[in-house]
Design a protein around this ligand. Structure first.
Ligand code: GLO
Ligand code: MG
Length: 346
């Protein structure tokens, strides 16, 4: 039997957020990057996820050489702290150039901006010693369907991926699907879409996925099934575990907070597929509640990790034999209760 995996954890600087929502301002002061780095160590996390401009703030106003120099010095900094860079993601939803989409913008010049920025994010990833570029396709979609040609947008997405793959023969792209928000409807809403898109690129082997629990739930799917599906293709390269209470705004709740059983099944799916065996990290894309006081700012991360590790124990101690007997007897009624009793501690 394969040795049980020892999971390694990561999160992003944006996950220490300040409590702003569309209806009200920040409720906590921003913490510095150094503070966040120290916090990760204190929490026993192993890596940090980066947007390109988390790694190099204000990168649009710096020369390419300056950007790489800063990335290099960040790498040293991380190394001395013993924290790895898990991935880099181009932030393609903030700049004025991406108001109407990044890779799928109707304007050629603006599509070019998105591709150039992504290439630079790859250069930053190289400096930070990671071969993983995450693509959350935030603004690739439409507010009203008639504004864009969705067929052409598929070609644009493939063109953009191909340009990134050609820029660096070692880079791997992990597409993070999400069905909506900020767009009304996104072009790549599920893992199936991401994997299908990968097949159209010139090097499908280097195009995989990142699953976020909340995004799968927003698509009306079960994140555990999405994990199994991606892993059947060997293409789950990163994870954003969190939770989501039904179909509303993206909540990024602590892992297991809304539905412990759904969380348990995600952990079971990771375990049965051997996630982490090739060095993949378990990431938490969670945010503190708006009500969280500064002194409790690390709780959502620490609690997500605790819940994850408790659920690993639950997955490993699941009464498999009894479950198999019930499955053979098609007694799903008692199988259902077996799961509940197991989760409740009996
Ligand atoms: C938002 C996304 C976002 C991305 C992050 C990495 O819904 O989950 O947090 O994961 O920006 O690109
Ligand atoms: Mg995410």
């Amino acid at each position: 039997m394969a040795k049980p995996i020892e999971y390694r954890f990561c999160t992003g600087p944006w996950n220490f957020s300040e409590g702003r929502d569309p209806y009200g301002p920040e409720t906590r002061a921003a913490e510095s990057f150094d503070w966040k780095l120290a916090a990760l160590k204190k929490l026993g996390f192993d890596a940090m996820m980066f947007h390109d401009d988390d790694a190099v703030p204000d990168l649009e106003n710096k020369s390419a050489t300056e950007v790489l120099k800063e990335a290099k010095s960040l790498r040293k900094r991380l190394k001395s702290e013993g924290i790895a860079a898990e991935m880099v993601a181009p932030r393609l939803w903030f700049a004025p150039q991406t108001i109407d989409g990044a890779y799928t913008n109707n304007d050629k010049k603006l599509r070019r901006y998105a591709i150039d920025r992504s290439k630079q994010a790859i250069d930053i990833a190289n400096e930070l010693d990671t071969d993983l570029l995450v693509l959350w396709l935030a603004r690739e979609g439409s507010y009203i369907r008639e504004s864009k040609n969705a067929r052409r947008c598929v070609d644009y997405l493939v063109e953009a991926c191909d340009a990134m793959l050609a820029h660096d023969p070692n880079i791997r792209l992990a597409i993070e699907p999400k069905p909506n928000e900020p767009m009304d409807v996104a072009y790549i809403p599920t893992i199936g879409h991401a994997l299908a898109l990968a097949q159209l690129t010139h090097d499908p082997k280097r195009v995989g996925t990142l699953i976020e629990s909340a995004h799968a739930i927003l698509a009306g799917l079960d994140p555990a099934d999405e994990i199994d599906f991606a892993m059947a293709f060997d293409k789950l390269w990163s994870l954003h575990l969190n939770d989501q209470n039904g179909l509303k705004f993206d909540q990024d709740k602590p892992f297991g907070s809304a539905n412990l059983r759904v969380a348990f099944n995600q952990v079971r799916a990771l375990e049965r597929n051997g996630y982490g065996r090739r060095g993949e990290f378990v990431g938490f894309d969670v945010h503190p509640f708006r009500t969280t006081r500064p002194e409790h700012l690390l709780k959502h991360l620490d609690n997500s990790r605790r819940t994850f590790l408790r659920l690993v124990e639950k997955a490993r101690s699941f009464p498999e034999k009894s479950a198999q007997a019930l499955i053979a007897d098609r007694n799903y009624q008692d199988l259902d209760q077996l799961v509940l009793e197991h989760l409740m501690g009996k």
